[in-house]
Design a protein around this ligand. Structure first.
Ligand code: FE2
Ligand code: FE2
Length: 346
């Protein structure tokens, strides 16, 4: 049942007595959109429909499902839990009131109705609910903004590092995409996959701390220079710091461990096998594959076939042997990404 009204708020009236419904409609329909249900089951249905009511006036004494049970069910369902409930009752015993408030009701209205009381209580509860919804929306929006800003700063940091030794900065975009494809194969935790996708571009952030004469040296690095170069993993961890955000924590894990090798021959800590975090084992394959198949000032791009062969050869040595076949399965998508985000023309 729908009754025309001026306000955008919807009030649901639940009462098994038609006269009570009529009286309440008479009192409220000039100001609100009003819906009515004559039993608990119907009330729960309407409460869960879209758009949900903004307030429920709930009779306590009803056959089959009484008001307390309806209230309990409303509070148990996350979709309806926040809708304010005002109990309507002829019974004014203290025990009942206590039970109602314990169930999460915001107010009581006693029968027979006093029109000004009904109107005032409905108005004030709706105002409170409006306000809390507004505040909740504001908090959500601010949180979203902060998350977006953080993500964007982090991605830009990753690109900044890449610009130092790779003119286009496309490497981080491609390797992050490869990382995501591989992560999706091994993990069903889509939230973690998304975090890793966003953390991967920062793997070489520590290169910011490597002197240009080493980082941009056209020829091979000598032993000492190589020692300096290897510090980029630890520097990356330091730059990203000890933030509590899951994204930055994962980014630190990746930055520090992306040069570890499955056989323990990597750096900086010589970790082996599964003691290397899964995130870093995934990124290692994605990173090396893209580095091999991209042109750099000191080398030509490898053919896909050659890069694939190297990845296979290094299975169990540099790379996790469980991940290698999964990475190879992703090859059709990887090649699409490679074409889409090519270095040339960017
Ligand atoms: Fe690196
Ligand atoms: Fe890289």
């Amino acid at each position: 049942m729908d009754y025309t009204a001026q306000s955008h708020s919807t009030v649901l009236i639940v009462d098994d007595t038609p006269e009570n419904i009529q009286i309440l409609i008479g009192l409220l329909s000039a100001d609100y959109r009003v819906k009515a249900a004559n039993n608990g089951k119907k009330a729960l249905e309407i409460a869960a429909s879209t758009p949900p009511p903004d307030l429920i006036l709930l009779d306590v004494m009803m056959p089959e499902m009484d008001g307390f049970e309806v209230c309990q069910k409303l509070k148990d369902n996350p979709d309806t839990a926040k809708i304010p409930v005002i109990f309507i009752t002829a019974k004014t015993e203290i025990a009942d009131e206590k039970q109602g408030f314990e169930l999460g009701a915001v107010d009581y209205i006693a029968k027979p109705f006093s029109p000004p009381i009904v109107k005032t209580r409905v108005r004030s509860q709706l105002a409170l609910y409006e306000q809390s919804k507004h505040l909740e929306e504001l908090v959500k929006q601010r949180t979203r903004e902060i998350e977006e800003t953080r993500l964007s700063i982090i991605q830009r940091l990753g690109r900044a590092a890449e610009y130092k030794d790779n003119e286009t900065g496309m490497h981080v975009i491609r390797m992050a995409c490869y990382t995501k494809l591989l992560a999706e194969k091994i993990s069903e935790d889509s939230e973690w996959v998304e975090l890793l996708y966003n953390a991967a571009p920062m793997h070489d952030i520590g290169k910011i701390g490597i002197p240009d004469n080493i980082l941009c040296k056209p020829g091979k690095l000598d032993k000492d220079e190589w020692q300096v170069m290897m510090t980029h993993a630890a520097i990356g961890g330091e730059i990203l710091g000890q933030d509590n955000s899951p994204l930055l924590k994962l980014a630190v894990e990746v930055a520090i461990n992306h040069h570890e090798k499955y056989n323990g021959q990597g750096y900086p800590n010589g970790l082996a096998g599964e003691s290397i975090p899964l995130s870093a084992r995934i990124v290692a394959i994605a990173d090396v594959f893209d580095a091999l198949t991209s042109e750099r000032p000191y080398k030509k791009a490898w053919a896909i076939e050659d890069a694939v062969n190297l990845i296979k050869e290094e299975s169990g040595k540099h790379f996790d042997p469980d991940l290698v076949p999964l990475f190879l399965e992703c090859m059709p998508e990887i090649l699409k990404i490679k074409t889409l985000y090519g270095d040339k023309g960017n």
